[in-house]
Ligand binder design. Structure first.
Ligand code: AKB
Length: 352
């Protein structure tokens, strides 16, 4: 029987940290190789080096690649050349190697950043005017076309999702426009105060990381013939503005205060849709998000407060007696996650 051997590129990033753990649970720890430019990965890998990538795929008998290394929207505006090179050049190397080595499947994340001011603001559909106005957005749109090209021309089974802003408690995002929605939780717990770089009413599509990980695994498990979109699927979780998130956090931390100092990232956010229509993902592979603003906020505060070793918070509407057992349960699952993460950093590649 053929063994699935997975290479995760960008394994130490925001998505990679959690996706590597989930893939290890599914495929076994030695069958998932965590690659990154950081020394905490299993192997050091520069995705820009085609030969190095090709050698790793051959030596480790890789059958699938999850390619997550990218420069996000805000950083991309400050480093246009580097963002273009990494985001498009890195993907092209992965697609070339997938073709040359006849890999089974490739996953690559696109983003809501492909949409621009000409796209519908609300319930933005899959196919519409798509005119990105950031380097990151342009690179993602080009990447979508490259994925489609490699599928059509060479039969590379590459699959992709247009992720909204992602919110997680394990790894921090870096250099994105939606990063505020993670920073705010850390600052709310540590200082009960947050200065937001978006305006209070700048509504964006967002998703809690457990939904994003599940969506990725579900998409990759879907039979090939059901995948009707080979550029990238629209994917929706929830939509909220900074003031909505602040109001939700305040239910748990009544002293929490927020102020607004919009900077260049506000214009980027303004150019993106406020909400996304994801009916193709629902129809083709049964996508349905599990978290909304309320359940995501409660889970984030609960898990982060435990991780930070802070006094147990009173859950909104819950009594202290109700919350304590919940916290113990969570602590248990967090210890599990922490152990798996330790595995990610400790494990070395073993060729069987
Ligand atoms: C960013 O803010 O750049 C990313 C994204 C929406 O893709 N989180």
């Amino acid at each position: 029987m053929k063994i699935d051997r997975i290479l995760v590129i960008g394994a130490c990033g925001q998505i990679g940290t959690e996706l590597t753990v989930a893939l290890r649970e599914k495929y076994g720890r030695y069958n998932v190789i965590a690659a990154d430019k950081k020394i905490t990965a299993d192997i050091l890998l520069d995705v820009m080096d085609h030969e190095e990538l090709s050698n790793v795929v051959r030596e480790c008998s890789v059958t699938q690649i999850y390619h997550l290394a990218a420069m996000l929207s805000a950083n991309g505006e400050q480093n246009a050349d580097a963002a273009w090179k990494l985001n498009v050049g890195g993907l092209l190397n992965v697609l070339k190697v997938a073709k040359e080595r006849k890999l089974d499947k490739v996953f690559w994340p696109s983003s809501i950043a492909v949409f621009g001011l000409g796209s519908p603001k609300y319930n933005c559909p899959q196919n519409t005017r798509i005119e990105p106005n950031t380097v990151y957005g342009i690179s993602k749109r080009a990447g979508e076309y490259w994925c489609n090209y490699y599928y059509e021309k060479y039969g590379v089974d590459v699959r992709s999702l247009r992720f909204p802003g992602l919110i997680s408690y394990t790894a921090l995002p870096g250099g994105g426009t939606t990063d505020y929605a993670v920073d705010i939780f850390h600052q709310a717990l540590e200082k009960q105060y947050y200065t937001c770089f978006l305006s209070e009413d700048n509504c964006l599509p967002m998703m809690y990381m457990p939904d994003a990980i599940r969506a990725t695994l579900e998409l990759m498990d879907t039979p090939k013939e059901k995948i009707s979109i080979r550029t990238s699927y629209n994917l929706a979780g929830m939509s909220f503005a900074p003031c909505d998130l602040a109001a939700e956090i305040e239910k748990y931390i009544p002293d929490f205060k927020i102020s607004y100092e919009p900077d260049y990232r506000n214009a980027i956010a303004n150019s993106w849709p406020a909400s996304i229509k994801d009916d193709n993902a629902r129809k083709d592979w049964g996508w349905e998000p599990a978290y909304n603003l309320e359940s995501m906020t409660s889970d984030m505060l609960e898990k982060l407060s435990i991780m930070k070793g802070m006094p147990v918070l009173l859950s909104s509407g819950n009594s202290q007696e109700e919350f304590q057992p919940l916290a113990h349960e969570t602590l248990h699952s967090l210890l599990g996650t922490a152990n798996s993460l330790r595995e990610v950093t400790k494990t070395h590649v073993i060729n069987e």
